[in-house]
Design a protein around this ligand. Structure first.
Ligand SMILES: NC(=O)c1ccc[n+]([C@@H]2O[C@H](COP(=O)([O-])OP(=O)(O)OC[C@H]3O[C@@H](n4cnc5c(N)ncnc54)[C@H](O)[C@@H]3O)[C@@H](O)[C@H]2O)c1
Length: 388
């Protein structure tokens, strides 16, 4: 048995996504499961090093998560030095969106395979520039598109492959929850404050339309046009430093997409809603033969044959329990963490040339939809989505 160790630089890893999803639930989980078993003779084993600006924070992260299985987790503030080290073959970035470009440029110069969080940039031109930098240098590259591996959305894909829906007519996505303003001491804001400042790369349109682009393109058909209305419902919030700041970015988005195949999708995304639905994200797909509603993990279906006939009568309580006529789709397999699955695919792509289609170019399509969404809001117009 050969164990091939692959040096992976995890940059900006002390942040929310970097720590929880990428370090703990992906890279360390892969190490703890014994690596990625390719065959009876070969295992791919990530060998991470944490990079960032604060030695103290990196050390604390390493101390917290190093154990007998992981060994001491390496860290450094000297990114240039690890980029120059040939042992490190993959560079991953989950720093802030506006910081991404400089790091991708450094990693391209160092000829690493490049994997990063979305959005890759806040303009299509910049996202395409980064994609081109990687492809011109002949480097493997990828962008996180985690929602594709959510069990709920995989069940939708399974139903589609089984022909459950008949003809798909429309898709409605409802995403969001209440993010505390931070004005009350015991209800601190649960998301970083930069998310609410445009000048720092924040805004729910740039954040979420990137996701909706790959979800829609992959599950329902290519997006043809977009109409989007944004809003900043909460104008002031309290930051990590306890100080009040002006929320300059949109915190809610009401977006409609027309697809090339005629399907209409409408997605609401908001940090200002309280949840009375099945999950933080629900995606309802209505087709001629049946409807499915997916949450993050679960999915419920109602076939045309089980569809009740409601009667509008507000004078009496509804005789129909609308939630009763649905069947939960059983899980046909055990679903792994969505981020971890994509990491394993990227490592296989890097080491074995396995196919990987979630490239920086695909990521740029997400940025494009977000940028057009912002433009549509500003101009109050439907906009076509040109192919990139
Ligand atoms: N895939 C998803 O579902 C998803 C969800 C949330 C956020 N994101 C994306 O992930 C990225 C990080 O978001 P987050 O919520 O973890 O934010 P965060 O603020 O918690 O983390 C950002 C990290 O980057 C670090 N950083 C900032 N500037 C740096 C620099 N110059 N050098 C090194 N490190 C630097 C910060 O110290 C922090 O540790 C963003 O691009 C965001 O859009 C993706």
């Amino acid at each position: 048995m050969t164990i091939r160790f692959i040096g992976v630089i995890l940059n900006g890893v002390t942040g929310r996504m970097g720590t929880n999803q990428h370090l703990v639930r992906s890279i360390l989980a892969i190490i703890k499961q014994g690596g990625i078993k390719v065959s009876d003779d070969l295992v791919l084993m990530p060998d991470p090093i944490l990079t960032g600006r604060s030695e103290g924070k990196l050390k604390a992260l390493s101390d917290k998560y190093s154990d007998a299985k992981t060994g001491p987790i390496k860290y450094t503030t000297d990114l240039a030095k690890v980029l120059a080290d040939k042992h490190y073959e993959i560079f991953f970035d989950s720093s802030g969106t506006l910081q991404r470009a400089q790091f991708v440029e450094m990693a391209v110069k160092a000829k690493k395979s490049i994997y990063c969080e979305k959005p890759t940039a806040v303009t299509t031109a910049e996202a395409m520039r980064l994609s081109k930098l990687c492809t011109d240098a002949g480097l493997k590259n990828g962008v996180v598109q985690d929602k594709l591996w959510l069990p709920g959305l995989r069940k939708l894909q399974m139903l589609k492959e089984q022909g459950f829906f008949g003809q798909i007519l429309s898709v409605r996505g409802e995403f969001g929850y209440w993010v505390f303003e931070g004005t009350v001491k015991d209800q601190p804001a649960q998301r970083p404050s930069w998310n609410y400042r445009t000048e720092d790369g924040g805004g729910i349109i740039i954040d979420m339309l990137c996701h909706w682009r790959y979800v829609i393109d992959n599950l329902f058909g290519n997006v043809k046009s977009v109409s989007c209305l944004g809003a900043t419902h909460i104008p002031e919030r309290v930051g990590e430093d306890g100080k009040t700041y002006k929320a300059t970015a949109d915190d809610s988005a009401y977006a409609t997409f027309q697809l090339e195949n005629g399907v209409i999708c409408h997605f609401n995304s908001s940090w200002n809603v309280r949840v009375r639905r099945d999950d933080l994200l629900t995606v309802q797909v209505d087709g001629t033969k049946g409807t499915a509603v997916a949450g993050l993990r679960k999915c419920w279906v109602q076939h045309v044959s089980a569809t009740p006939k409601p009667v509008w009568n507000p004078d009496v309580d509804s005789p129909l329990d609308f939630f009763a006529g649905w069947t939960e789709v059983p899980s046909p397999l055990e679903y792994d963490n969505a981020f971890k699955i994509q990491w394993e695919l990227f490592i296989r792509h890097h080491a074995l040339d396995a196919p990987f289609r979630w490239t920086l170019k695909e990521g740029a399509k997400g940025v494009q939809l977000a940028e057009l969404g912002l433009e549509s809001w500003k101009s109050r117009k439907w906009l076509e989505v040109p192919s990139l």
